[in-house]
Write a protein that binds this ligand. Structure first.
Ligand code: ADP
Ligand code: MG
Length: 277
């Protein structure tokens, strides 16, 4: 159904994404008893995930943090429906969607995965060709999300003409253009320099505060996870080692990273991580 967009002062629509339930209702996303063993011809099987159970409620922004190789991308790809699990299930709104990708889950991959031969606007429009939309509605939708990510002036530029941060903003706009109930992001800011990364963290929080899309983001950066999330799942060697609540003010500013409460949570997470070694 065609949706009318209204853009507020900050260029973000408060009414667009309307999946607004509370933690008292069903989780938006559940992962139940999930495991993954990679089996290759003539190779030793690799157990990437073991008995993973996580719940994410509508409007939450949750980070999954863990060191390289602990199974983060495997888990996100299974949630996205791009990879089958060995056992267990993925549920969205209580419905089993294991192994099935869907427009309810928008994915932003690690690195820059834009189509280099398409302009910024064409990249954002890419997924819309599979929806039954008029050209005019498609143009409106693309224009709206170009505005959301602040790239109207670059609509006709090609990815190679953009900085790393801008490319990731296009990737986020492309995912949001399908109006997913959930945004899944795999280390989206991992390849950016420190300053751009902080700008993108602020951008993501602003986007999330305004739209309240449910976000599951993967990162290996503990500070990034604490700054962005309300809860953190700590993944280690294919297991959920801990679920850590982040008791910090809902509205975050960058200088929060210097506060005693922030440093305290960081110490707690790092201690939990290092106990393994
Ligand atoms: P992370 O994203 O946390 O770095 P991955 O999910 O990419 O971790 O990988 C988890 C484990 O699974 C690693 O040991 C990795 O080598 C292994 N792995 C990932 N993909 C494959 C694959 N296609 N075949 C075999 N092993 C894999
Ligand atoms: Mg990974």
């Amino acid at each position: 159904m065609q949706q009318n967009y209204t853009i507020d002062r900050n260029g973000l629509d408060v009414s667009t994404i309307e999946h607004r339930t509370s933690r008292h209702s069903l989780p938006k996303l559940s992962v139940e008893n999930l495991s993954k063993v990679y089996v290759g011809k003539g190779k030793q099987p690799v157990t990437a995930l073991q008995d993973i159970n996580i719940n994410i409620f509508a409007r939450e922004l949750i980070c999954l943090v863990g060191t390289s190789g602990c199974g983060k991308s495997t888990l996100l790809n299974i949630i996205a429906g791009l990879l089958p699990p060995s056992t267990g299930n993925v549920l969205v709104d209580g419905r089993c969607i294991t192994g099935r990708p869907g427009s309810d889950r928008g994915m932003v991959f690690q690195g820059y995965t834009l189509y280099p031969w398409l302009t910024v606007a064409q990249n954002i429009a890419f997924g819309l060709q599979f929806q039954q939309m008029t050209k005019a509605a498609e143009r409106d939708r693309v224009g709206y999300f170009l505005n959301v990510v602040g790239l109207e002036k670059f609509a006709h530029s090609y990815p190679k003409q953009l900085s790393g941060g801008m490319k990731q903003r296009v990737a986020i706009a492309r995912a949001l253009a399908n109006e997913p109930a959930m945004l899944l992001m795999d280390e989206p800011f991992g390849a950016l320099d420190a300053q751009t990364k902080e700008q993108m963290q602020e951008f993501l929080l602003e986007l999330w505060e305004k739209t309240h899309v449910t976000v599951l983001m993967i990162t290996h950066d503990v500070e990034e996870a604490i700054y962005l999330s309300e809860r953190i799942y700590l993944l280690e060697a294919g297991l959920v080692k801990a679920e850590i609540p982040v008791c910090l003010p809902a509205h975050r500013e960058l200088d929060l990273k210097l506060s005693a409460e922030f440093v305290d949570i960081k110490r707690q997470v790092i201690n939990l991580m290092s106990q393994h070694y």
